[in-house]
Ligand binder design. Sequence first.
Ligand code: FAD
Length: 379
Amino acid sequence: MADVDCTIIGGGIVGCAVAAELSGGGFSTVLVEMEDGLGRGTTSRNSEVSHGGMYYPTGSLKARFCVEGRRLLKAFCENAGVGYRECGKLIVATEPAEIPYLEKLLARGLDNGVEELRLIETAELRALEPQVSACAALYSPRTGILDAEGAARAWARLAGERGGQVLTAARVAGLERRSGAWTVQVAASGPGRREGWSHTSRYVVNAAGLFADRVAALAGVDIVARGWTLHLVKGNYFAVSDVHHGRVDRLVYPVPPAHGASLGVHVCLDLGGQMKLGPDVEHLDRDPRDAGFDWRVDPARRHAFWEGAHRFLPWLRPEDLEPALSGLRPKLAPTVVVSREVGDLQGLVNLVGIESPGLTSAAALAREVGRLIGEADAA
Ligand SMILES: Cc1cc2nc3c(=O)[nH]c(=O)nc-3n(C[C@H](O)[C@H](O)[C@H](O)COP(=O)(O)OP(=O)(O)OC[C@H]3O[C@@H](n4cnc5c(N)ncnc54)[C@H](O)[C@@H]3O)c2cc1C
């Protein structure tokens, strides 16, 4: 008999939500996180937006998990006392030529099930956001912001209340399937822990974020043959000076650039009302997992940020912007992977390429993992 039913690798928002879901489903669980705390990976380096779900192709996994996930995330945060504010979002057209794009996005959003999405004209836009200059906007009142790290910790707490174990400073260094169960080798990886261990587990969930491809390879998945090698793309943010605090109440996004690599530099707000711009798209010459993570934001990018945002924030000056945080998107073409393995890798569930809207989708992804493992268990 295995020591535990489920091992979850990764204590980001997704792994923590999965641990809570599986513990609630009657499985014994162990969550293993290599950092000294939870939610320290991509979960704490992003825009913290609970997205509506209008950007993603109808019927795609991203659309499905985002729309379902937003509702679940909001309800969870409200119940658990995690910071969440439905501030709303505007996608603005700065010239009439951009309006057809908003119309297309509206149609797609409605098809995806995004609630209360509508086009608004200049007068209403001016009433909502007098400091934003645009000729029309797509308004999503249900889009929100949240304390993402807080949500990860709250899900981990819930997993603990349901009998699960949550272990930090512990890195999964080996995965081997033997005699009908996985042997999980764990190495100590932080000041709070001196020794590693190994345990057996009937199921393993790979929620290792930026390292999910490498964890899958550790388990024996041929990631090259499957096209699962992650390509990390940096996203930088600039903070907007506090002299502008309160000038904008909602998230404001431009019509995305034609290259389609990002949603465009937009106005993010945190729960304290601090405004920042970002993220942009910075392609890296070397994989930071080998070359070393460099989270610094190059001040030379300031002008491009200002140029992107001053089209709809005409009062913004370049000197109002200061380099702030950065994050890494684990890109996988063409989509995200949520897969339950069979055959020699039976019992392994992989979540690979969980980029935006990964925060928003966390609870829906957790439900899906619960469903996949529940089905396997019933077979
Ligand atoms: C710039 C940027 C902006 C974004 N904005 C948004 C947004 O506004 N809204 C939204 O919904 N999404 C957004 N996202 C996406 C979102 O942040 C991620 O999809 C989400 O945080 C992924 O969570 P995760 O738990 O999968 O990964 P992570 O938070 O990275 O967690 C994975 C964890 O696994 C651990 N780990 C890795 N390997 C091992 C191992 N071998 N053993 C043990 N532990 C291991 C890591 O330490 C890490 O803590 C954004 C992403 C970026 C980069």
